[in-house]
Design a protein around this ligand. Structure first.
Ligand SMILES: [Zn+2]
Length: 166
């Protein structure tokens, strides 16, 4: 920033972060006194830095607020999305397997079984296992859901008893 009247947002961010060299601090502060736009930017940056620190962010450099807000939630959302997708796929696969052979999923599984017969010669075994796997997966899912319900019920009962005792 050779010309003190020129706006230089990068220097303002560095000043707010305390990353500006001592020789430049005076220069940029002088500009802030003369330029309301840059002063506003500087105050916004200070507030953003304070909020980032309060959110336990170890950001050495200032970041765009939108990016900062989406960063911590993105992995969780992705994980949830994948879990839902996997569950849906599992459900579709098990349902398709338990239905009749007109389902395209079953045809695919049959094709897979034929492929395995070429490889291993155990077509009947593989077919039987794949056809049985569908309902088993479905039962496993249902059992899991039932277990969750039982756990929730047990937890609720314990909590209520504790509340009564207290
Ligand atoms: Zn300015």
């Amino acid at each position: 920033m050779s010309d003190p009247r020129r706006c230089d947002p990068e220097s303002i961010f560095e000043l707010a972060d305390g990353a500006l060299g001592p020789g430049r601090v005076h220069e940029v502060r002088a500009h802030l006194n003369d330029c309301p736009g840059c002063r506003e930017l500087y105050e916004k940056e200070l507030k953003l830095n304070a909020s980032l620190r309060s959110m336990q962010f170890a950001q050495p450099r200032s970041v765009c607020p939108q990016v900062a807000m989406t960063l911590p939630t993105r992995p969780l959302k992705a994980r949830l999305l994948w879990a839902v997708l996997a569950l849906a796929l599992l459900l579709v696969a098990s349902l398709a397997l338990s239905l009749d052979g007109t389902n395209p999923m079953v045809s695919a599984v049959n094709a897979l079984g034929v492929f395995w017969s070429l490889v291993s010669g155990f077509a009947d075994v593989v077919q039987a296992v794949l056809v049985v796997a569908g309902p088993v997966l479905l039962v496993a899912l249902a059992a899991g859901a039932l277990l969750d319900l039982l756990l929730a019920a047990a937890l609720l009962r314990t909590t209520r008893r504790r509340a009564r005792e207290a």
